[in-house]
Design a protein around this ligand. Structure first.
Ligand SMILES: [Zn+2]
Length: 276
């Protein structure tokens, strides 16, 4: 099992840089929530400026992958032959993983830059900071950092049973865990207790941190927890958020391979008896 940020031996370096791009750097062309990749059989590669014949003028450094600069640049309308625009959903299946990770991270940064064109306080066009990853308003000084929204993923267990959910109104249709965004003033553990109560009406105890996952698909930082049922096991589903919420035993849980989410890893580790 591995999740999208597990890209070793490849190295992601987020160091902020204003160095201009060169022809052998990677060109990350983002268009309507998709990113341009080169297809080679079943695998994908990150395209270089020289391969695409793109100018390196006016590009923006995002990060480095294996010491090669990754730059945001204007996107050709049509994908050239052997290249393909991959949507965020499509990127879940893209391998190798470091290519998917670079693409989805670029899309998150592209979205953030686009949404920070103007100052949210005074409406002046924002400018990139000269020292760090931030957009700064030259008029009022407002500084905006990349948008990262913390959220919890919660596996509620009771012996050999686990609470699974199905969300209403989301593209993902499979079984999930309880999940929700943190509110201002909450600790992650507070969010765990609140979300479990709101979504399935259960009390929990023995809340243990498992692992986190940057989930660039939705600007989210997912923080995974296992916890145990405390008291009454009757589930009351909040129908505005969930379609279903139910207990499932280890034997009933279907194996999940090939998925890159922390949710899948947490369900799978419980199914195999490795957690909690
Ligand atoms: Zn301003």
């Amino acid at each position: 099992m591995f999740v999208i940020q597990d890209i070793a031996p490849h190295r992601y370096d987020r160091t902020y840089s204003l160095t201009p791009a060169g022809p052998s750097d990677y060109a990350l062309c983002c268009r309507d929530g998709s990113v341009l990749l080169r297809r080679q059989g079943d695998a994908y590669t990150l395209p270089r400026f020289a391969e695409l014949g793109l100018s390196t003028e006016g590009t923006r450094h995002l990060f480095a992958m294996d010491e090669v600069g990754c730059y945001l640049t204007s996107a050709p309308e049509e994908a050239p032959e052997d290249f393909e625009y991959m949507s965020t959903q499509g990127l879940r299946q893209v391998r190798p993983m470091y290519v998917a990770f670079a693409a989805i991270t670029a899309l998150q940064l592209e979205r953030w830059y686009r949404d920070r064109t103007y100052c949210g306080h005074c409406g002046t066009p924002m400018e990139p900071s000269t020292v760090e990853r931030a957009m700064v308003c030259p008029r009022c000084g407002l500084t905006e950092y990349p948008k990262i929204c913390p959220a919890v993923i919660v596996a509620v267990t009771d012996g050999d049973r686990l609470v699974l959910t199905r969300y209403a109104g989301r593209p993902y249709r499979g079984d999930a865990l309880i999940a929700g965004f943190m509110e201002i003033g909450e600790t992650p553990e507070d969010t765990v207790r609140r979300e479990v109560m709101e979504e399935v009406g259960l009390r929990v105890k023995n809340i243990r941190y498992y692992k986190s996952q940057p989930w660039s698909f939705t600007d989210t930082m997912l923080i995974g927890f296992y916890c145990e049922l405390d008291g009454d096991d009757v589930i009351h589903v909040d129908r505005s958020e969930l379609k279903e919420g139910f207990w499932q035993s280890r034997e009933e849980i279907k194996p999940r391979d090939g998925d890159i989410s922390l949710t899948s890893e947490m369900i799978e580790r419980f199914r195999l008896g490795e957690k909690p």
